[in-house]
Design a protein around this ligand. Structure first.
Ligand SMILES: [Mn+2]
Length: 317
């Protein structure tokens, strides 16, 4: 009898279901052939797999145990080829699993690997699928730095394949791409980051009022810095993607300070990163904001239309 391979750090969440029984297939593609700025994405699949060993198996939102789903992690694909043949290899690797109805989860690597999966999806699903594209960039260039298969051209391929798509979080676009968007009337498919954030600002007040309403008159605040999105606060030992951004946190703290008597607070779990002072500084800034919001050194000048500094309060002229 063939011995079942024991799960290792190269298997997602430390489990390895037999491929035939797996619902989810993980395809690591450590490809980095056309990157144009920061390097290191080739190391991502291994890093994600290694980090996955730290994940809780319980999902607190859905109240289910994730390890009851069979997950099979494939060996990492070879990363040395031209972007064009890499896309072909990825399509070929993806196809059998998609054909069998498995949920295929591909770990890049750079974004250009997705074009290969798009092709396999089209082969299996024909016109019966669309793409939700989550990115800062539209990736609609026809060619970038000499390559049709650059990471900056991913959605141009989708467009040429006549696959409908929606883009979310976009906040960087070239003038050429903008003209392309106008010409092909793609405006309604793009959800710009600045619109999303503006909408969030408008809606925030409601859930924040709910937070305040469920607190008593006196409030103690304990703050673990990993409440923030790792994008705002990467310097912590157990980062989770998503979460609050800096301004949302401040807006909430301020509202609590305005409505309640805050009797004390703490800030915990900062893990300073060597040579990157921004995060330690951010934590110090939050402490300072707490002082401003809760101790109200500015109360003499409150809501005067512009912010009077604490120094003014200390040294009244
Ligand atoms: Mn991007």
């Amino acid at each position: 009898m063939k011995q079942r391979p024991s799960p290792t750090r190269s298997h997602f969440a430390g489990q390895q279901a037999p491929l035939a029984k797996a619902d989810v297939v993980i395809l690591p593609v450590p490809y980095e052939g056309t990157v144009s700025y920061g390097r290191g994405t080739a190391a991502a699949p291994a890093a994600i797999l290694a980090a996955s060993g730290q994940l809780e198996h319980f999902d607190e939102e859905l109240l289910c145990r994730c390890n009851q789903v069979g997950i099979h992690t494939l060996p990492a694909m070879s990363a040395s080829s031209s972007p064009k043949s890499m896309v072909r290899h990825v399509a070929k690797a993806a196809l059998p699993h998609l054909s069998k109805g498995k949920f295929l989860l591909t770990l890049g690597g750079e974004h250009s690997i997705s074009v290969g999966v798009f092709r396999a999806c089209q082969e299996v699903h024909g016109e019966n699928f669309s793409i939700l594209h989550l990115d800062a960039h539209t990736d609609l260039r026809h060619r970038y730095q000499g390559s049709r298969y650059s990471h900056a051209c991913v959605m141009r391929h989708a467009h040429e394949m006549h696959v409908p798509f929606v883009q979310v979080g976009i906040r960087s676009v070239s003038y050429g791409e903008w003209q392309f968007i106008q010409k092909h009337q793609l405006q309604s498919r793009i959800h710009w980051a600045n619109h999303i954030v503006a909408e969030q600002r408008r809606c925030c007040r409601e859930w924040m009022e709910g937070v305040v309403a469920s607190l008593g008159d006196k409030v103690y605040i304990t703050l673990d810095v990993d409440c923030l999105d790792p994008a705002c606060m990467p310097a912590t030992g157990t980062p989770e993607p998503g979460g609050l951004d800096y301004y949302t946190l401040l807006q909430l703290l301020r509202l609590v300070g305005e409505k309640k008597q805050v009797i004390g607070a703490d800030i915990t779990e900062l893990s300073p990163l060597h040579d990157q002072p921004a995060w330690s500084y951010s934590a110090a800034r939050i402490v300072q904001k707490m002082v401003s919001y809760f101790i109200r050194p500015h109360q003499t000048y409150r809501f005067s239309g512009h912010t009077e500094g604490m120094c003014d309060a200390e040294n009244p002229s």
